[in-house]
Ligand binder design. Structure first.
Ligand code: GH3
Ligand code: MG
Length: 303
């Protein structure tokens, strides 16, 4: 059960203070500790980022205010709530902390029951926010990432590939003759087909940075960082095969007796430069249109 517990990061230059807070909270939370602001920033950006940070103000080198400012300036750590825990108890100190974006303020010496309650409130709020964020970036029907998530990732990967001069491949995937499928088998069967196709597509790419999302309707989109023309073609062929081998009967398709897809691909690279991410999408869309015109159930690379 321990991995499902929320994580609290305690930051204080005095190990005895860390120990006091940790012994109060360790029964309910996974505890991370840091005695320096720099270390707190590093842990907050890591794989096991905390759900809450308890932050001392007076510390050598980087103090708590500066640590908080940097946490709030960084997109990846901005949403982690911070509670200042400090012996400074002037209203002005509290005001400064709250103005920096801290969620709460606890004065030392602290009351254990109040610390537990304040921590619980902030952690619960954070877990709710996490859940809402997840829902807002996931497609409800297929349970894969949605267009909003995809567009965010595309912007990030576009910037990264430009910075590092690496190629970036984008595939647009569309189910063939899905309208007659819906018309004959009904919307419920159509939804089930979309779910199965989504799961089949999702299983094809293997790298952690690869992304398969539902773009809308019966259209999916695939983002493949550090992937060139041959790599894109390889993934696309595997996707065509993955959907074919589902063998979802489609008696009203003139392409095949089962559900098939068409795929259009485009690459951003030095050989195939594009002015913007939008142009990469357009190029993939044009290729998809060509795949449809050429008879469907196929991959068409960049034209
Ligand atoms: P093509 O081979 O050229 O792609 O033809 P098509 O019939 O697949 O394309 P068209 O754009 O004419 O029709 C898409 C259909 O997809 C229309 C709609 O019935 C169906 N569709 C879109 N979204 C959903 C959905 O969420 N659930 C279901 N069941 N059907 C959907
Ligand atoms: Mg279609």
């Amino acid at each position: 059960m321990s991995e499902t517990r929320a994580t609290v990061l305690i930051v204080d230059d005095q190990p005895t203070n860390i120990h006091a807070l940790a012994s109060l909270l360790k029964a309910d939370y996974r505890i991370l500790t840091a005695t320096r602001g720099e270390k707190a920033l590093e842990l907050s950006q890591g794989e096991q980022a905390p759900d809450l940070i308890l932050l001392d103000i007076v510390m050598p080198d980087m103090d708590g205010y500066e640590t908080c400012r940097r946490l709030k300036d960084n997109e990846t750590t901005r949403s982690i709530p911070v509670i200042f825990v400090t012996a400074l108890d002037h209203d002005k100190d509290e005001e400064q902390g709250l103005n920096l974006g801290a969620s709460d303020y606890i004065s030392k010496p602290f009351n254990p029951a109040i610390v537990r309650a304040r921590v619980r409130n902030q952690v619960n709020l954070k877990l709710k926010t996490n859940m809402l964020e997840k829902i807002s970036l996931q497609d409800g029907l297929t349970e894969i990432p949605n267009r909003r998530y995809f567009d965010q990732k595309l912007a990030e990967e576009w910037a990264r590939s430009s910075r590092n001069d690496q190629s970036l491949a984008l595939l647009m995937v569309d189910i063939d003759q899905f309208k007659p499928f819906n018309d004959h088998y009904g919307h419920g069967a159509g939804d089930e087909c979309l779910r199965r196709v989504a799961q089949a597509l999702r299983r094809v790419p293997t790298r952690a940075t690869d992304l398969v999302a539902r773009y809308g309707g019966e259209e999916f989109v695939v983002l493949l960082p550090e992937t060139d023309t041959r790599g894109a073609q390889h993934v696309a062929q595997a996707m065509l095969e993955a959907v074919r081998s589902l063998e979802v009967t489609h008696d009203y398709s003139d392409v095949a007796p089962h559900v098939t897809i068409s795929i259009g691909g485009a690459i951003q690279s030095r050989q195939h430069p594009k002015p913007s991410a939008e142009d990469l999408k357009k190029a993939a869309d044009t290729a998809l249109y060509q795949a449809k015109t050429n008879g469907r159930n196929r991959y068409q690379g960049e034209i």
